[in-house]
Ligand binder design. Sequence first.
Ligand code: G
Ligand code: G
Ligand code: NA
Ligand code: MN
Length: 253
Amino acid sequence: LYIENELRQAIKEGQFSLRYQPQIDSTTEQVVGYEALVRWYHPEKGFIAPTKFIPIAEATGMIVELGAWVLREACQFSARLRRSGRAADISVNLSARQFKDVELIEHIATTLKETGLSPQMLHLELTESMLMGDVEAAIEQLLEMKKLGVSLSIDDFGTGYSSLSYLKRFPVDVLKVDRSFVKDIPEDSNDMEITAAIIAMAQKLSMKVIAEGVETEEQVAFLQRNNCFIVQGYYYSAPLTEHEILLQSQHPD
Ligand code: G
Ligand code: G
Ligand code: NA
Ligand code: MN
């Protein structure tokens, strides 16, 4: 209850902020999108990691309010970038609770309208486990989201329990290869096989693929050889503040 009140207070007092991690086309080294990642700087306790507070926000239902704030903030950021002539897609993580919320569709529609962001620039990231409980209900919800014109991604792909027979029924546009598979490339040959297989499967299903957690040039080269060109990770950039992004693009190189 204590942390729940703190979360509520934190939203009210503006203790949350977003960082944006660039998603790069490794063939051109151009930024094609950003993933929004929430940060909490508590006035006394300092930085609190999302892995610590997201599960609590989820369990208490506070994630609906926090998620609404994140979505609006991220859409405004992308709309501002576009107005300044540097259009880039924006990816936003959704939690299980948000995905099940009956008001989600209306909420996304309202946020798009109020921020003026084109729906096709918004990517919503879901995890396999969110889709695997009531599969039919999940497909319904995904179809409603697609009707808004947004793009859908499966995050952390390969770590959950999605059945491949369902995967082809989900109207999903992007698979994000989990960073646990990328981390030990090229030392771990199993991880290389798995990563190559995920990329090949995504292509067979006409999905795009983004590799996460890319930290080395060798990993970029491996991914390119296996037809994965969009990457995200420290090799190119950590998550950045909007200020850092604006400075960067004013001073190329
Ligand atoms: O930001 P970091 O790189 O530490 O992310 C840690 C975890 O927190 C990741 O699993 C990420 O998906 C999750 N996360 C970060 N921002 C958000 C958010 O806005 N909403 C939700 N639901 N999860 C987030
Ligand atoms: O679960 P999700 O994929 O949303 O998690 C994103 C998390 O991964 C964020 O916490 C982000 O800071 C982190 N991250 C982003 N790039 C890298 C990377 O190259 N290496 C590692 N170890 N973590 C990364
Ligand atoms: Na994510
Ligand atoms: Mn991920």
